[in-house]
Design a protein around this ligand. Structure first.
Ligand code: AMP
Length: 171
C-alpha cells in the first residue's frame, strides 16, 4: 500500500495556493500500480452483486470504469451540469466558494439496484454526498462510497453515510 501512496505525486499550490493536489496520473501511468489498485478495489466487491458502479466526473470515471468491468457491472456517469444529453436528476451542492452540481440520467438507475459509487479522492466529501443524495432519491440501494485515496484531515467521511465509506489509501 505504501508503494501505491508513494507513486501519487503531490503538486503544491494547485489549483490554488495552499492546496496540496494529489496527482493520480503518475499512478495511472505505472502499469503495475494501476493494475494493483484496480485489483484491490475490485476484489473488495467481487461476489457482492453490484448492479451499477457510478463514476464521478472526471477522474472517478477512470477508476469506476475499470472496477465496473472487473465486476461485470454497469457503469453510470455522474456528470457536471449540461454534459448529459437526456433527461437528468440534478443535485446542487455547496463548495468553499459558491455551488456546483452533478447530474445522472433518470433512467440510469432502477429502483432497488445495488449501487457502488467510486471517486478518486475523498476531500471535504461534498461531491460524494451529492451523489449519494441522487442515488437515494432515485431509489438505488447504496452499497458503499469507494475512494482510491482519502485526505483524512478534512474529515469528509462525516458528510457520508456511516459505515458505508471505504478508501484504499489514507493520507
Ligand atoms: P470533495 O471536497 O470531497 O467534494 O472533493 C471534490 C473533488 O475534488 C473530488 O472528486 C476530488 O477528486 C477532488 N479533490 C479535492 N481535493 C483534492 C486534492 N487535494 N487532490 C486531488 N483531488 C482533490
Amino acid at each position: 500500500m505504501e508503494e501505491l501512496k508513494e507513486i501519487i505525486r503531490d503538486v503544491h499550490d494547485f489549483p490554488k495556493k495552499g492546496i496540496v493536489f494529489k496527482d493520480i496520473t503518475t499512478l495511472l501511468a505505472d502499469a503495475k500500480s494501476f493494475h494493483k489498485m484496480i485489483e484491490l478495489l475490485g476484489n473488495r466487491y467481487t461476489g457482492k452483486h453490484v448492479d451499477k458502479v457510478i463514476g464521478i466526473e472526471a477522474r472517478g470515471f477512470i477508476i469506476a470504469s475499470a472496477v465496473a468491468y472487473k465486476l461485470e457491472a454497469g457503469l453510470v456517469l455522474a456528470r457536471k451540469p449540461g454534459k448529459l444529453p437526456a433527461e437528468t436528476f440534478k443535485k446542487t451542492y455547496a463548495l468553499e466558494y459558491g455551488t456546483d452540481a452533478l447530474e445522472i440520467h433518470v433512467d440510469a438507475i432502477k429502483h432497488g439496484e445495488n449501487i457502488l459509487i467510486v471517486d478518486d479522492v475523498l476531500a471535504t466529501g461534498g461531491t460524494m454526498a451529492a451523489t449519494v443524495d441522487i442515488v437515494e432519491a432515485m431509489g438505488g440501494s447504496m452499497m458503499e462510497c469507494c475512494f482510491m485515496a482519502e485526505l483524512e484531515f478534512l474529515n469528509g467521511r462525516s458528510k457520508l453515510p456511516k459505515d458505508k465509506v471505504y478508501s484504499l489509501l489514507k493520507f
